[in-house]
Design a protein around this ligand. Structure first.
Ligand code: 5GP
Length: 172
């Protein structure tokens, strides 16, 4: 497939430093508790793996699936599948790759709230602050992302480029 990287926005080192800070913040905020990281597949796989290893608390990891993009444009619809059943009474942190319109997270948040967790917070790696079209505000975010289509560190273009260790803007 033809694609071209326009610009590296966040380097591997910058990402690692920020993920470490997030882990330290979560460790502080949840002191004495066990947290459940709910990884939203597939984009936040890599972020979740790195974040989990920066949290110095008992951590459980679970996964769920939500997809609202095809190629580089939003389809406007969200398919929620396979939400874990046993979220009740747990301290859940939804771990997302990028908060764009917020529509994905709004649906997920509602669905998880129905499972009656002890608490529910949102941690997104990238935050496209200017495009949010819902009332979703992340409790934690890694880096503010410009209004570009980005790939790498878990984020794909048609399932490719998730493995890039940095985040780059793509020419589309
Ligand atoms: P939202 O529902 O917030 O508009 O979209 C969130 C989802 O859209 C993300 O989890 C991600 O899968 C996808 N998405 C939004 N912006 C980008 C982007 O710049 N690059 C990639 N690869 N995916 C994006």
């Amino acid at each position: 497939m033809e694609f071209k990287i326009k610009k590296i926005l966040f380097s591997e080192e910058e990402i690692a430093a920020r993920v470490k800070e997030l882990g330290e913040q979560i460790t502080k905020d949840y002191a004495g508790k066990e947290v459940t990281l709910l990884c939203v597949l597939k984009g936040s796989l890599i972020f979740t793996a790195d974040l989990a290893r920066r949290i110095d608390l008992p951590v459980q990891i679970d996964v769920c699936k939500a997809k609202s993009y095809a190629g580089s444009s939003t389809t406007g619809s969200v398919n929620l599948a396979s939400l874990p059943e046993y979220l009740a009474d747990k301290h859940i942190i939804i771990v997302e790759d990028i908060l764009d319109t917020g529509l994905t997270l709004a649906s997920l948040k509602n669905a998880i709230e129905e499972k009656k967790p002890a608490s529910l917070k949102i941690c997104t790696f990238l935050y496209k602050k200017d495009s949010v079209r819902s009332n979703i505000v992340p409790d934690y975010y890694g880096l503010i992302c410009p209004q570009e289509f980005v790939v790498g560190y878990g984020l794909d273009y048609n399932e490719e480029m998730r493995q890039l260790p940095y985040v780059a803007a793509l020419e589309v």
